[in-house]
Design a protein around this ligand. Structure first.
Ligand code: DX5
Ligand code: ZN
Length: 214
C-alpha cells in the first residue's frame, strides 16, 4: 500500500484557496491537513472554524484537522461538524480517553498527536481508541521548520506496538517533510505524510507524485 499524502493548508495561497482546492483534487491527494492554532497551546495563531467550514463546503477531500489548542475537549463537537479525521494533542490538558471517545461518537476518526518532548510509549494505552496517531517531527506552531530525526525512533516504536497488537491505527508524521525526509519516515513505518512548504507552489503535482512513488 502506498503512503497517503495530507498537504498542510497552512502553506496555501489563501487569496486563491478555490484554485488550491482544485489543484489538490487534481493531484488526488488523500487528505487535506488543517492546522488550528490558538496562541496558547502553541505560540502562534492560525485559522479556525469559519475557514474550515468553507473548505468543507468546497471540497470532498477528507479533512485531517490538527488541533493545536488548549483543552481541546471544549471544541470537539464544533470541529467534528467539518472534520473527517479530528486530532488533538496528548499534552493539551484534556482527558485523553474521553476526548478520543467523544470524537468517535461524533462520527469522526480519532487522532492523538504527540509533541517532540513526549515519548511514544506514553500513548500506547490509548492506541485502541485511535484511528490515527500523529508524531510531530517539529515543535508544533510553525510551518517551514527543519525535520527532527529523533521522531523516527518514535515512529518505529509505534509501528512495532501497532503491528504486534494488531491495531488498525494509522501513523502520520508532520513537520519538515520533503524529498529527503519522506523516505526516512516511510522506512520507519509511517502511513501518512503531512507536508506544507514542500508541496504548495508550482511543483505540487510532481512532488505529490514523487512522494507517492516512494
Ligand atoms: C506545524 C504544523 C504543520 C505545518 C507543516 O505546527 O502542524 O502541519 O504546516 O509545515 P512544513 O511541512 O512546512 O513543515
Ligand atoms: Zn499540522
Amino acid at each position: 500500500m502506498s503512503v497517503k499524502i495530507s498537504p498542510s493548508l497552512l502553506a496555501a495561497d489563501f487569496m486563491g484557496l478555490k484554485d488550491e482546492l482544485k489543484k489538490l483534487k487534481e493531484c488526488k491527494t488523500d487528505m487535506l491537513h488543517f492546522d488550528i492554532m490558538d496562541g496558547v497551546f502553541v505560540p502562534n495563531i492560525s485559522f479556525a472554524n469559519p475557514i474550515l467550514k468553507q473548505v468543507k463546503a468546497n471540497t470532498d477531500i477528507p479533512l485531517d484537522v490538527h488541533l493545536m489548542i488548549d483543552r481541546p475537549h471544549r471544541y470537539i463537537k464544533e470541529f467534528a461538524k467539518s472534520a473527517d479525521y479530528l486530532g488533538f494533542h496528548y499534552e493539551a490538558g484534556s482527558d485523553v480517553a474521553e476526548t478520543l471517545k467523544e470524537i468517535r461518537d461524533c462520527g469522526c476518526k480519532a487522532c492523538l498527536t504527540i509533541k517532540p518532548c513526549t515519548k511514544a510509549e506514553e500513548i500506547f494505552p490509548f492506541l485502541p481508541l485511535c484511528d490515527m496517531v500523529l508524531v510531530m517531527s517539529v515543535e508544533p506552531g510553525f510551518g517551514g521548520q527543519s525535520f527532527m530525526p529523533d521522531s523516527l525512533d518514535k515512529v518505529r516504536a509505534l509501528r512495532k506496538e501497532i503491528d504486534s497488537k494488531g491495531y488498525n491505527t494509522l501513523i502520520e508524521i508532520d513537520g519538515g517533510i520533503n524529498g529527503e525526509t519522506a523516505p526516512l519516515a516511510i522506512e520507519a513505518g509511517v502511513d501518512v505524510l503531512v507536508a506544507g512548504s514542500y508541496l504548495f507552489g508550482d511543483k505540487m503535482a510532481e512532488r505529490i507524485e514523487y512522494l507517492r512513488s516512494l
